[in-house]
Ligand binder design. Structure first.
Ligand code: MG
Ligand code: MG
Length: 258
């Protein structure tokens, strides 16, 4: 299903997106060496409930995961990249952490992910994160009325492969709206000019992610967390955007300041 939203509904998406972004950036500000991943999950839960929002994750039970997720945020550390199930782990100096969050507010979902280093960062980790952010920016720049989904995929893939990273085609971006995951799928590589034509009112989650030296994932014993098969570092950057008459507007920009 592909949903097209009215300006009033896009305004709701803007509010959901702001909430998601503010939670993510509050968590980024609060996380330090020694913070436990379960503590991050509790903080996320408290902020979601306080805002009157509904978690898209806690009851989420897709075919590729084991049963309901049971937590409020994805926390992926180092070689873990997608669907990171929060666990009893205290973050160490230099850990590369990805937080991925989706909630519903007033019936409209937003989805965003950020990667950052806890404590002292290695230059190669910062470069990896910067590449996914640059790929995300390129994908967003390609998202405008009349363009095709393939234009977004091509823009993302050009940045990722240009930096020398392999690209996994199993998981990517997606339509979003009254539920978290909808058509169309937005691959992180593809051919320009192909696929669904973008139109104002379409909401998309665009999410380049990479593993340094492989495109193969392995699932943890927890049945959820996906890691690079080689144990290499990973990064992930995601925004929810709305296609507007003029181009794309990012829904998941934070307004909190510290
Ligand atoms: Mg996400
Ligand atoms: Mg997503």
């Amino acid at each position: 299903m592909i949903e097209i939203f009215t300006p009033t509904e896009v305004a709701k998406a803007r509010r959901t997106g702001e909430l998601v972004a503010n939670i993510l950036h509050t968590l980024k500000h609060r996380v330090t060496i020694g913070t436990n991943l379960l503590e991050i999950d509790r903080w996320a839960k408290a902020m979601i409930l306080e805002a009157g929002a509904v978690s898209c994750y806690v009851d989420y039970a897709p075919s590729f995961g084991r049963g309901p997720f049971g937590h409020y945020i994805c926390t992926a550390v180092n070689d873990a990249v997608l669907h990171g199930l929060p666990r009893d782990y205290a973050l160490a100096d230099g850990d590369l952490l990805t937080l991925d969050l989706a909630v519903l507010l007033d019936g409209i979902a937003a989805d965003s992910a950020i990667s950052f280093v806890v404590g002292t960062a290695k230059p190669e980790d910062l470069s990896l994160i910067e590449t996914t952010e640059r790929a995300l920016a390129a994908g967003i720049a390609a998202a405008k009325p009349g363009a095709k989904i393939g234009d977004i995929s091509f823009a993302i893939g050009t940045v990722l492969s240009g930096a020398g990273y392999p690209i996994n085609m199993d998981f990517g971006g997606h339509g979003i709206g009254t539920t978290m995951h909808q058509d169309p799928h937005v691959s992180n590589d593809g051919r320009a000019g192909r696929g669904y034509k973008l139109r104002p009112g379409l909401l998309l989650a665009i999410e380049p992610w990479v593993m340094v030296d492989t495109d193969k994932l392995v699932t943890d014993a927890d049945g959820w967390t996906l890691r690079s098969v080689t144990g290499s570092r990973t990064a992930h950057s995601e925004h929810t955007i709305a296609i507007t008459e003029d181009g794309a507007e990012i829904m998941t920009l934070p307004t909190v300041t510290f």
